[in-house]
Design a binder for this molecule. Structure first.
Ligand code: SF4
Length: 396
């Protein structure tokens, strides 16, 4: 029997990565399409759906905190959770594997609104497209592949249809997201072939990639950078500049291979920017290993480095490694690398100064239009014109 709640209201929360963001956006669109009302969390609601993240101990704590806080404010509301959930808590009424299961459950058990639901979505400029989830690898610090299982890819037809719909809504840029997007495999399509199919079958103006795994990059993939619709920006996950630590992380590439990828990419398009993630203070990381990371980073000139002090994650192999480091050492290494990252960003920006780059403007704040260059630099421009969702060639 369906639960009839007049004007049933659903609040959505997402924590963590771009994959989670894209899943919740998709779910939101499907719920709206099915006739349910979506409200902000701080408004009265009957159901709260949370896309959880447990990648680190901290992320898991935030997930639990958000669930408890929402339950305190709306004790009558049901709480459903999907995504990466390590263990359940009493405040959770149901845990689901994914958004498809939730949607099915909601449609079956909750009556939709008795009147047409206005589409309250503001027009946006950039959309996240989930192309796969899960991962076939087993990095020793990672728990995610345990939650999400082996890599599962979205069908080509579904991806193309989604992009065409976004084009109709005037989106200019899509970001292909997943746990490890280079593991995309659907029938005869690998990731590069998927991107070529998107280029052939849609008119989307900009395609950006989320995090890329260096062990899966080949010449065919890099050749995509020749296409003007592909953003010359690689978020190439490094994790460490020490081959010894990379091995212990089970990353299966070396710094030499990484450097080669960067050189080839920048040879194809000299404006290609590189951003990355680095873990500092991994178990067994000596001063010399950390110095190797600093030296290696100096060879690349990153636009941005996301630095993560290693945090022990129960259930991973690395949590049982000997030689865990003291928090103070991790903090010192974080600070050193952070100082270098800031310097590198400034150097990269200096190098780009004077170049003309296409900028997709997203919003106006404090009198300035703000947007992203194709190679992922944030820029601002004073203009009385409405630049929202416009791609403008701008001298940096
Ligand atoms: S590549 Fe490694 S870090 Fe990334 S999801 Fe797979 S196991 Fe986790």
């Amino acid at each position: 029997m369906k639960l009839i709640i007049n004007h049933m209201r659903i609040a959505l929360t997402t924590i963590g990565c771009k994959l989670n963001q894209s899943e919740i956006t998709n779910l939101k669109q499907n719920l709206l399409k099915a006739g349910y009302i979506i409200v902000p969390k701080n408004q009265k609601h009957d159901l709260h759906i949370v896309n959880a993240c447990s990648i680190t101990h901290g992320a898991e704590q935030i997930t639990r905190q958000k669930i408890r806080e929402a339950k305190r404010k709306a004790p009558q509301s049901q709480t459903f959770v999907m995504g990466c959930l390590n263990k359940t808590i009493p405040e959770i009424n149901h845990a689901f594997k994914n958004s498809t299961e939730i949607l099915k459950y909601v449609k079956k058990n909750y009556a939709k609104a008795q009147y047409p639901v206005p589409n309250t979505q503001c027009p946006k400029t950039r959309a996240l497209i989930k192309i796969q989830s899960g991962c076939d690898f087993g990095c020793t610090y990672c728990i995610i592949y345990k939650f999400r299982g082996k890599s599962k890819s979205v069908t080509l037809k579904k991806i193309i249809t989604q992009i065409k719909n976004l084009e109709k809504q005037s989106y200019k840029e899509i970001v292909l997201v997943g746990q490890n997007i280079l593991q995309y495999k659907y029938q005869n399509y690998n990731f590069t072939q998927l991107v070529k199919a998107i280029l052939q079958q849609t008119n989307i103006l900009r395609i950006r990639f989320s995090s890329l795994d260096p062990r899966l990059i080949d010449g065919d993939f890099l050749a995509l950078l020749k296409n003007p619709h592909i953003c010359p920006h690689l978020h190439l996950s490094l994790q460490s500049g020490s081959n010894k630590i990379l091995k212990s992380m089970n990353r299966n590439y070396t710094t030499k291979q990484y450097l080669n990828i960067v050189k080839q990419a920048q040879k194809i398009n000299s404006l290609t920017s590189i951003t990355t993630d680095i873990i500092v203070g991994f178990p067994g990381e000596t001063d010399k290993d950390f110095q190797n990371t600093l030296n290696f980073v100096k060879k690349i000139e990153f636009l941005k480095i996301h630095i993560f002090p290693y945090s022990e994650r129960q259930g991973t192999k690395a949590a049982n490694f000997k030689n865990q480091l003291f928090p103070q050492i991790k903090k010192e290494r974080f600070n050193q690398l952070n100082a270098l990252a800031k310097k590198q960003k400034a150097e990269f920006c200096k190098k780009i100064k004077g170049e003309t780059l296409p900028v997709l403007f997203e919003q106006k704040r404090n009198g300035y239009w703000r947007g992203l260059t194709s190679n992922y630099m944030q820029v601002k421009k004073k203009s009385s014109k409405n630049l929202k969702n416009q791609i403008v060639n701008l001298k940096i």
